[in-house]
Design a binder for this molecule. Structure first.
Ligand SMILES: Cc1cc2nc3c(=O)[nH]c(=O)nc-3n(C[C@H](O)[C@H](O)[C@H](O)COP(=O)(O)OP(=O)(O)OC[C@H]3O[C@@H](n4cnc5c(N)ncnc54)[C@H](O)[C@@H]3O)c2cc1C
Length: 387
């Protein structure tokens, strides 16, 4: 895909499917078993231009909208792949694009778009600060033309496979003059330049292959020119990116849900028990019909959220509901698919158990279901704050 081309969503879908088709189930099974990073897959997507879809053309990307980016992520997951290997680039890039200086954008974005640099790591969560982001303890102290950062991040996915990490750190202590959220700043850390004393990355073993890590930061020198936006404003910048992130994650869930339904329907037609296909039993068919309806409903909310986002209208409620409904629908579809497969669902060779583990994550990361429900209760329904 050349940057200047305009593509329809059908063309987008078939273009992404073409790339994904080169990476069949066996590939993903091996990557999962070896807990490896799908290097070849990410390179193929990058070379085809899909991971630079949201980068404007003037910076070397395709300049597509969020709805298009969501279609790309949906198709990746629908193919049986896991968007978790590469999705962060689409989210993180937005912080640089919206809040970076022109010089920073010209320096970094074309190299990210071409694949020369990978921007896949996002260091926000800490051992004592998950959802409660304002409690992070990683600090970056200004020292002339640089900052010196120390602290610890956890669950920093793809830190070992990324060249750049967007880091959130406290630069200013809370005071009476600023709002409660003030005092955090965002930095683009060049992981290639950090010494092993200043930055240590430790993989975490998890129930799904997500290449996630702990990052220990000890006196890490960050040039002041790598700070994105104003000092102290980092939390707002992270919040600014959340609607886009929610919509893209919803699309991944919808891709997963459709994968589960496709596989389950095929199995329900083929598998014969008591002399008839199991899909003839309503106990098998109805959960699949429910799952299908839920996926389609979540998809409508995803589309509405993306439309509002692209028109520049407020869309936090829709983006949150899209993520909530899609994560729930994919999980329902996962369970219906596993039940349809019976014992075979637990065998690695059918890929259902792998996708089952992968889709479960969306209930927790990047934001938990409870947090979205709290957001809706408080910000949409006007109920009292619970935290
Ligand atoms: C595989 C994986 C990859 C990840 N990748 C990244 C990454 O790349 N970068 C990054 O920064 N982070 C990443 N995360 C972190 C993820 O975003 C956090 O796990 C998530 O935000 C939840 O934070 P926590 O785990 O600390 O949960 P906690 O904040 O400790 O919450 C624990 C539980 O309590 C519930 N809870 C807490 N307070 C309330 C309340 N007031 N009302 C109702 N329920 C409440 C939560 O919903 C949750 O279920 C990843 C996590 C995982 C598991």
């Amino acid at each position: 895909m050349s940057a200047a081309e305009t593509v329809t969503q059908d063309e987008l879908r078939s273009g992404v499917r073409d790339v994904c088709a080169r990476f069949p189930d066996e590939y993903w099974r091996r990557i999962d078993r070896e807990e490896a990073y799908p290097q070849e897959f990410v390179e193929a997507l990058t070379n085809a231009g899909w991971l630079a879809a949201l980068i404007p053309e003037e910076y070397g990307g395709a300049g597509l909208g969020l709805a298009d980016g969501a279609v790309i992520m949906e198709e990746i997951n629908r193919s049986g792949a896991n968007g978790g290997a590469c999705h962060a680039q689409m989210y993180i890039m937005g912080t640089l694009l919206r809040h970076g200086s022109e010089e920073q954008k010209r320096h970094w974005l074309p190299r990210v778009a071409s694949g020369e640099l990978r921007l896949q790591a996002f260091g926000v969560t800490e051992p004592d600060a998950g959802l409660d982001t304002l409690r992070i303890r990683t600090r970056a102290r200004r020292d002339g033309e640089r900052y010196i950062a120390s602290g610890q991040k956890i669950w920093t996915s793809r830190a070992l496979q990324s060249d750049l990490m967007l880091l959130l750190a406290r630069t200013n202590e809370p005071d009476d003059e600023h709002p409660r959220w003030w005092g955090l700043s965002t930095f683009l850390v060049d992981l290639r330049e950090a010494s092993s004393e200043q930055l240590r990355i430790q993989p975490i073993e998890t129930m799904l292959n997500h290449n996630t890590t702990e990052v220990f930061i000890d006196g890490l020198e960050i040039p002041a020119s790598h700070r994105i936006g104003e000092e102290g404003m980092g939390f707002r910048y992270i919040l600014d990116g959340m609607n886009a992130e929610r919509i893209l994650i919803a699309a991944e869930c919808i891709g997963d849900g459709r994968w589960f339904i496709d596989r389950a329907v095929s199995q329900a037609k083929q598998r014969v028990v008591f002399n008839r296909p199991i899909g003839q039993n309503q106990g098998v068919a109805f959960p699949l019909a429910w799952a299908h309806a839920r996926i389609e409903a979540a998809d409508l909310m995803r589309i509405r959220a993306a439309e509002r986002f692209e028109r520049g209208e407020p869309c936090a409620a829709e983006a949150n509901m899209a993520k909530l409904l899609a994560a729930d629908a994919s999980w329902q579809a996962a369970n219906a698919c596993l039940d349809t497969y019976g014992g075979f669902g637990f065998a690695r060779e059918f890929d259902v158990e792998r996708k089952f583990r992968e889709t479960r994550l969306y209930q927790v990361a990047p934001v938990t279901t409870n947090m979205i429900l709290s957001f809706l209760a408080q910000n949409v329904l006007g109920l009292p704050r619970s935290y």
